[in-house]
Structure formats: C-alpha cells, structure tokens
Design a protein around this ligand. Structure first.
Ligand code: PRP
Length: 176
C-alpha cells in the first residue's frame, strides 16, 4: 500500500491532556498498592514512557513484553506468543498492561491468560486507543485514552510497516 496522506486524528495537545487524565485516574485507583506497569512493545513504547512519567505512584515497577502473532484475523487460526517476557515477578502485585491499541483483542486475550497464572492480585488494561471495529475477543479495557470506531492509524508509537512511530501525534493513513 502506498501512503497518499496522513490525516490528523488526535493532536499532540489532545494526547498530552488525555495521558495526564489517565495517569491521575490510575494513581487514584491503585493509591499505594504494589503495582507493575507492563509495556507491550513496540507500539506502546511512546505512550508508556509518557504515562509512567505522569504517574505519581510511589513504588511503581516497570517491565516490558514483546509478542508476535501469526495467522489470519479469526480466532480459530490466530496464534500469539512471547518473543520477550517480563523479567520481574508479578506475584502479589497489581499489574497494569499498557497497550497502544486494542483491535481484534487477540493480543490482550493471550496476555491476560498468561498473566493470570502468575499470581498477580489484579490485571487491568490501559489502552491509548480502544478500536472496536474488528474486535473478535471480548476484552474489557479498564482505562481508555480514546475510543475509535474505525480507521488505520499511525504515530505516537503506532506504525505502518515500521514507519511513523516517532510522530508526536496520531494520524489516519489515507492510501493512494
Ligand atoms: C499491534 C498493537 C497491539 C496489537 C493489537 O501490535 O500494538 O499490540 O497489534 O492488535 P489485536 O488487538 O488485533 O491483537 P503489532 O503486532 O502491530 O506490533 P507492534 O506493537 O510492535 O507494532
């Protein structure tokens, strides 16, 4: 696909203000309880670094996962696996999974099932963008930056063929 145009969807100012509001909600929710924030690489990297720096949680721990997924979109033929797992123990801690986009829901379905077996006190998801158009797995997002009906978006960590992750705002890709 050739990209004709990038159409602004969420501006840098809108993102900054939503991230600050999410950080405040998350801080209020967990207060001082033991908490690990897990970044789902690569897409969530920019959102994650802004979010955790906006949070005031006194003992927040950070970790990272990277997942790969094979197969077509439908639930019967989609396989998700770790290419990088967390390195710190989740036992006896609350876990906040930090995602850029929840789309079909397969990635989060896999991660929730994996983390559930690790003895976490609770598992919650913060998604910068919750996109419902192609949802196949029932995933409840706990904190959401922006709900989005449809559209192929890039920027602020989100790529098209590995490009555009460094853009400070979010755009919709308009193909030629
Ligand atoms: C994207 C995105 C989410 C996942 C959501 O990752 O960052 O992790 O897809 O899709 P789903 O809800 O349909 O499972 P991608 O596999 O493109 O990798 P990336 O984060 O490294 O860009």
């Amino acid at each position: 696909m050739k990209v004709k145009e990038l159409k602004p969807v969420f501006s840098q100012e809108q993102i900054t203000s939503r991230v600050a509001a999410l950080a405040a909600d998350i801080d209020a929710h967990y207060d001082q309880a033991p908490l690990v924030a897990v970044c789902v690489l690569k897409g969530a990297c920019v959102f994650f670094t802004d979010l955790v720096r906006a949070m005031k949680h006194p003992t927040l721990e950070l970790d990272f996962v990277r997942l790969s997924s094979y197969g077509t979109g439908d639930s019967s033929s989609r396989t998700v696996s770790f290419t990088k797992d967390v390195e710190i123990s989740l036992q006896g801690k609350h876990v906040l999974i930090v995602e850029d986009i929840v789309d079909t829901g397969h990635t989060m379905d896999f991660l929730l099932r994996q983390f559930m077996a690790r003895g976490a006190i609770s598992l919650r998801i913060v998604a910068l963008v919750d996109k419902c158009e192609r949802r196949e797995m029932q995933i409840a997002t706990d904190f959401v930056g922006f709900p989005l009906e449809s559209g192929f978006i890039v920027g602020y960590g989100i790529d098209y063929a590995e490009r555009y992750r460094n853009l400070p705002a979010i755009y919709e890709v308009v193909p030629e």
